[in-house]
Design a protein around this ligand. Structure first.
Ligand code: ZN
Length: 98
């Protein structure tokens, strides 16, 4: 555990934080994860997908709420085309305060 290790850990923390922030997460949370568990934290943030922040819309047939990128409704099998912008809504982000 020397000075080099600290530099490596902080470098991984920075990379992890920047990637995490670009995916809608908190820079400091991912920075902490990347610093405490370098490499593993970086792999985690690369695999991490913030589903919560994907836009959603309702299936016109069964009203099931699905992600915008879903092309066939998983409940009723209806093919879903690009909806009116008014039907698309962004779910609230857990980190946002009113
Ligand atoms: Zn449906």
């Amino acid at each position: 555990m020397g000075y080099e290790w600290v530099v490596i850990a902080v470098s991984f923390g920075l990379a992890t934080g920047i990637i995490g922030r670009s995916k809608g997460g908190s820079f400091w949370i991912w920075f902490a994860i990347g610093t405490v568990i370098p490499l593993l934290g970086l792999i985690a943030v690369i695999l991490f997908r913030n589903e919560v922040n994907e836009p959603e819309r309702q299936c016109p047939q069964c009203r099931k709420v699905v992600k915008l990128y879903v092309q066939v409704c998983p409940r009723c099998g209806t093919e879903l085309y690009l909806p009116d912008p008014s039907e698309v809504r962004m779910p609230p982000r857990p980190g946002d305060r009113p």
